[in-house]
Design a protein around this ligand. Structure first.
Ligand code: SF4
Length: 391
């Protein structure tokens, strides 16, 4: 029988040098000596898609060896990065020109630097992307997490990426142990939705079927920020997994607390994937009501239930034959209901995962927590990078 390939995300580190306003992971780094090893990576199954993420993955000086291993077992690899370590990224891409690189840029220069808190972050990210393009890398692009502060930059940033012939991936605010955050929420939903609407119409105008599918994804983001049920079922943990720096295998990165199916350092892949713990996580996923809409959980669903986005695309492409603006955010009942005063902001806020009273979990091991006694995560990581730069 043909071996079934999975979709995997490998969180190689929780160390991060950015200071994003919507993610507190930089305050809760993993301790380098506990982070996932090459030996553990060798035990992972075959994958049709692998995302390597962090923290900031390029903080790991052995990332090249990790990619070398994952390259043997993955049809496609995409690395999510803040783009700060330009030389390391360029060096890696020289060896692996077929991998994908997504650099998180949160808007035009001022907005990006404000949200990300990285010195000259916009220019560094942009220059890194330009260099990769000049090297002939095909699968490179921006990743933007849309919120009140940067929504107005959504279309201008898309236009820049389009002119550079790059991919443009979007997300919106989420809350979870992974982001060490429970208080993220969109305040002005109609304003943010309007900017998504403009982007969707731009994407529909293009000649690229991939961009039309992206238009559907962004339509799902409007639905998400209004706190509605996901447009597609969530099948995380069935043929998709996340693995954290400690080797814990999880269904996704959207849960409030860390959900563990097994540990690759202690078990073989088959053992953990078929364990009773994995089954009980799958049961929880079946009734999960967090309704995330992040590319990691939506992309597999869009492939699996392809007729849903395909029908949406065909309908809107058909409309574009007669209309300049084939998509309207008011196609969604909830957007109309809010406009018409049938539902209040407070009611929508209650539908979100934002919990102002939550005790925020970080999923750190005891040893990683111990290093935070008397030092902040920022101090630990800054000292760590300063030491690496000396070498
Ligand atoms: S909706 Fe899916 S991706 Fe989100 S927390 Fe639940 S299981 Fe995870």
């Amino acid at each position: 029988m043909k071996e079934k390939k999975l979709n995997g995300t490998v969180i190689v580190t929780y160390r991060c040098n950015a200071r994003c306003s919507m993610c507190n992971r930089y305050k809760a780094p993993s301790s380098p000596d506990e982070e996932i090893t090459i030996e553990a990576i060798k035990k992972l199954p075959k994958m049709y898609f692998t995302n390597i993420t962090g923290g900031e993955p390029f903080i790991r000086t052995d990332l090249k060896e990790i990619v070398r291993e994952l390259y043997k077992k993955s049809d496609r690899i995409v690395i999510s990065t803040n783009g700060f370590f330009t030389d390391r990224i360029v060096d890696l891409c020289k060896e692996f020109p077929n991998i994908g690189i997504r650099i998180s840029i949160e808007g035009l220069e001022e907005t990006n630097n404000d949200i990300r808190g990285l010195d000259d972050g916009y220019n560094r990210g942009y220059e890194t992307l330009k260099k990769l393009r000049e090297m002939g890398m095909k699968d490179v692009g921006f990743g933007m997490t849309v919120q009140d502060q940067n929504a107005k930059d959504l279309v201008p940033l898309y236009e820049i990426s389009d002119q550079m012939g790059m991919e443009f991936a979007t997300a919106s605010l989420h809350n979870s142990f992974y982001f060490v955050e429970a208080k993220n929420i969109i305040k002005d939903r109609p304003m943010v939705a309007e900017n998504f609407e403009k982007l969707i119409n731009e994407l529909l105008k293009s000649k690229s079927p991939k961009k039309w599918m992206r238009a559907y994804f962004n339509h799902g983001l409007i639905n998400y920020i209004y706190g509605q049920k996901r447009l597609l079922p969530c099948d995380m943990s069935f043929d998709t997994f996340f693995i954290d720096p400690y080797g814990d295998v999880m269904p996704c990165n959207g849960t409030k607390d860390k959900e563990v199916m097994g540990n690759i350092n202690k078990q073989s892949w088959d053992e953990l994937w078929n364990s009773p713990e994995a089954e009980s996580v799958r049961k929880k996923v079946r009734c999960c009501d967090r309704d995330c809409w992040m590319i990691g959980s939506v992309s597999p669903a869009m492939h699996k239930y392809i007729w849903v986005p395909a029908t949406w695309v065909i309908w809107h492409k058909f409309k574009s034959l007669f209309m300049k603006k084939p998509y309207s955010m008011y196609e969604s009942k909830i957007v109309r209901d809010y406009r018409d005063g049938k539902v209040s902001k407070e009611e929508l806020d209650k539908c979100s995962t934002c919990d102002m009273n939550a005790i925020i979990k970080d999923g750190l091991s005891e040893a990683s927590k111990a290093q935070l006694l008397g030092k902040t995560g920022e101090e630990i990581v800054d000292a760590d990078i300063a030491e690496q730069m000396k070498g």
